[in-house]
Each structure stands twice: as structure tokens, then as C-alpha cells.
Design a protein around this ligand. Structure first.
Ligand code: AMP
Length: 188
């Protein structure tokens, strides 16, 4: 079964995704990590994504969807119990494409685990993280992009009965425990 870990930038998705994947034997699919790896290796995709990521904008849907289609059919994914998507989907077209790909491949989505963290705390966390795209301007841009393009996915998945909203504030262990409990409630 596949899962989506959803939430605003800085809500702790990356940290939580690593922990859940280790526990549940899932493939951690962070589109941000794959894009950063492409930038570091200087691939064509990396060259196209670099400036966009530095601005805090979204990489075009077509590029991201092609990347997901490719990766989800890889042996590394086949070797795991499922996939945990981290940072994907980020737009309605990406969510629609994901539904299509999962259906084509006979894969099932367990739930969209949505981590809720207040804005003020998010800015503080992002500024502390110090990644290359974590300047104050970029952080503001990413939060705006999130509100405009990504937050609508909450209604998209709620309408499908797939959304599980969880409190993202607390210690790393506390949040992991909430996520774990939510996956256990969702299991068939
Ligand atoms: P993240 O590591 O998830 O915070 O992503 C870092 C940056 O990579 C984002 O600000 C976007 O520029 C780009 N990115 C990652 N995932 C996606 C996605 N699903 N769609 C578009 N852009 C993405």
C-alpha cells in the first residue's frame, strides 16, 4: 500500500517520512530529494529545475510527473512494501496524474497523512534548517506557492475520503506515533 505524507514546507515531512519508511518498509519517495540529486549531478532535469527551486517555485508538472512515473516502476520501489510520497503531489494536476499511474499499475493509496503546523512555527523551523533554498525570501515564496497551489489538495483528498489530518506540533517521537497510529487505523 502507498501513502502520501502531506503538509506545508517545514512541517517535518522529510524527518517523519524517513522514520515511517524505516518502520514500515516503505520506499521514501521525496521529489525534492530526487530533484536536488539531479541538480547536483548536473542532469538535463537538474539544469531545468535549479533556478526554479532557488526561487521557491514549483518545477513544471510535466517534468515532475514524468520523474514519478519513471521511479515508481523501478526495481528499488518493487523491492519495498509500498511507497511513501513526500512532497508530491503538490498540485491538482499532479494528484490527478498520480491517481492514473497508481490505477494503471494496480497500486492502492492507503491515506493522505496531513501534518498541520501553524504558520509562525513553520517560518521559524525553515529558517533554522539552513538549506540552500531556505533564505527568508524563498521561504516566503514557498509558503505562498503552498497556499495557492498545494493547499487545494486538502479538499481534493477530503472529497475522496482519503484525508487524515494530524497535529504536526510536538516532539519527533510524538508526531511519528500519531502517524503510525493513523496508518494502523487505515490498514485493510
Ligand atoms: P522539498 O524538498 O519537498 O521542500 O522541495 C524543494 C523544491 O523542489 C520545491 O520548492 C520545488 O521547487 C521542488 N519540488 C519538489 N517537489 C515538487 C513537486 N511535487 N512539484 C513541483 N516542484 C517540486
Amino acid at each position: 500500500m502507498d501513502w502520501i505524507l502531506f503538509g506545508p514546507p517545514g512541517c517535518g515531512k522529510g524527518t517523519q517520512a524517513e522514520r515511517l519508511c524505516a518502520e514500515m518498509g516503505l520506499f521514501h519517495f521525496s521529489t525534492g530529494d530526487v530533484l536536488r540529486d539531479n541538480v547536483a549531478r548536473g542532469t538535463e532535469l537538474g539544469r531545468q529545475a535549479d533556478a526554479i527551486m532557488k526561487r521557491g517555485d514549483l518545477v513544471p508538472d510535466a517534468l515532475v510527473i514524468a520523474m514519478v512515473r519513471d521511479k515508481i516502476q523501478s526495481p528499488a520501489v518493487a523491492a519495498q512494501a509500498g511507497v511513501l510520497f513526500d512532497g508530491f503531489p503538490r498540485t491538482i494536476p499532479q494528484a490527478e496524474a498520480l491517481e492514473k499511474v497508481l490505477a494503471e499499475l494496480g497500486r492502492r493509496l492507503g491515506a493522505v497523512l496531513s501534518l498541520e503546523v501553524p504558520d509562525a512555527e513553520i517560518i521559524e523551523r525553515l529558517m533554522k534548517r539552513g538549506r540552500a533554498d531556505d533564505t527568508l525570501d524563498t521561504v516566503r515564496a514557498r509558503l505562498e506557492v503552498y497556499q495557492r497551489q498545494t493547499a487545494p489538495l486538502i479538499d481534493f483528498y477530503r472529497a475522496r475520503g482519503a484525508l487524515v489530518a494530524l497535529n504536526g506540533v510536538g516532539t519527533i517521537e510524538e508526531v511519528t506515533a500519531r502517524l503510525r497510529a493513523a496508518t494502523q487505523r487505515t490498514r485493510p
